[in-house]
Write a protein that binds this ligand. Structure first.
Ligand code: PMP
Length: 351
């Protein structure tokens, strides 16, 4: 701390990202990355973009990418906002849409960036506990509020809400923004994008980091009706008018265009999740029903922290959150079949 810091910076509890250790032969199941690389078409597009054009600024409107995203989701390009990963998109949403006189609501167990952003942008908040089964109950959000944000599926539980529940939330709060963070929706969740056409308060946030294997490039986007998107564009143009670099823009377009690769990898991941869930349940784990590319699991009688440490000693990295109610859980990203096998072998060794 220094006397030069603003009070907000002094009171921030910065988000702690998952580890990215440089250890060879590590089974890295701690940050929900995709176990497979991006499609060959994406790599080709990146290669083609790495040329003399790099001396030129990127397209500040990201026109081609917005058009590709709009086509994919059957919306107009004016309904698309893009940014450096969905974290940046979320930051713009917190800064421009979620601060009001009444508190912002979000689940008490959720993506840990939400409290950080709320503090950063000085937003009053109220957290809503998950129910006894670690589910979000939409009716718990019926009280007056300034806005609502939730991930669907939720993180780190992996549990998804049906579309009807999101629709209910949106209609219960017609004058409040309802932001739905769909970082993991491609792995079996129900997207709220169809609600955007009839709900002026719904904004959906997506990322290329998980189902599209492009975490390293940082591409995220939001879809909403025009007035909400215009708020984000206004904020962005006020401090960085280039949303994405040239390479990120072309790679993201190529990814959207290679649907076959995307679908095949997603289906394989869902199958690996199913198999790993069975393997863990056979070993006495309680596994929450996941619609994401990770599972949230605990072994009764075993301490989560100790289990994560024992796995780490065996070069298997998983995520453990030392927070109330979920201290015994491990969040395990779904890997390749071989990676899942190494996890199970390490658990057998430990247990
Ligand atoms: N939302 C949720 C719920 C997440 O778990 C993550 C990944 N940590 C993000 C958003 C951000 O992902 P990215 O910035 O890579 O798009």
């Amino acid at each position: 701390m220094s006397k030069f810091w603003s009070p907000i910076v002094a009171s921030l509890e910065p988000y702690v990202a998952g580890e990215q250790p440089a250890i060879a032969n590590l089974v890295k199941l701690n940050t929900n990355e995709n176990p497979w690389g991006p499609s060959p078409q994406v790599l080709e597009a990146i290669h083609a973009a790495t040329n003399d054009d790099l001396r030129r600024y990127p397209d500040p409107s990201a026109k081609a990418l917005k058009e590709a995203i709009a086509r994919y989701h059957d919306v107009t390009p004016e309904q698309v906002f893009v940014g450096n990963g969905s974290d940046e998109v979320l930051a713009f949403i917190f800064a421009s849409l979620l601060k009001h006189d009444a508190p912002l609501l979000y689940p008490d167990i959720t993506y840990s960036f939400y409290p950080t952003y709320s503090r950063l942008f000085d937003i009053e908040t109220r957290t809503i506990p998950l129910d006894a089964d670690y589910r979000i109950r939409p009716e718990d959000y019926d009280s007056p509020c300034g806005a609502i944000i939730l991930p669907n599926p939720n993180a780190p539980t992996g549990i998804g809400l049906p579309l009807g529940d999101i629709e209910r939330l949106a209609s219960a709060h017609p004058d409040q923004v309802v932001a739905v963070d769909e970082a993991y929706v491609d792995f079996g969740g129900a997207t709220a994008i169809p609600l955007v056409a009839t709900n002026e308060n719904v904004i959906v946030i997506r990322t290329f980091s998980k189902s599209r294997s492009l975490a390293g490039l940082r591409v995220g986007y939001a879809i909403a009706q025009r007035p909400l998107i215009e708020a984000l564009e206004r904020m962005k143009d006020s401090f960085n008018s280039y949303p994405l670099d040239r390479i990120a823009q072309v790679a993201a377009v190529a990814s959207i265009e290679d649907d076959a690769w995307f679908t095949a990898r997603r289906d394989e991941l869902i199958e690996n999740r199913r198999r790993l869930t069975v393997e863990l349940e056979n070993r006495g784990f309680v596994v929450l029903p996941s619609q994401a590319n990770f599972i949230f699991a605990r072994k009764p009688g075993f301490e989560g922290k100790a289990l994560a440490a024992a796995l780490r000693e065996r070069a298997v990295l998983v995520r453990h959150f030392g927070k109330p109610r979920i201290a015994d859980f491990l969040r395990i990203s779904i890997g390749t079949e071989a990676e899942c096998r190494r996890l199970v072998e390490a658990l057998d060794d430990i247990l």
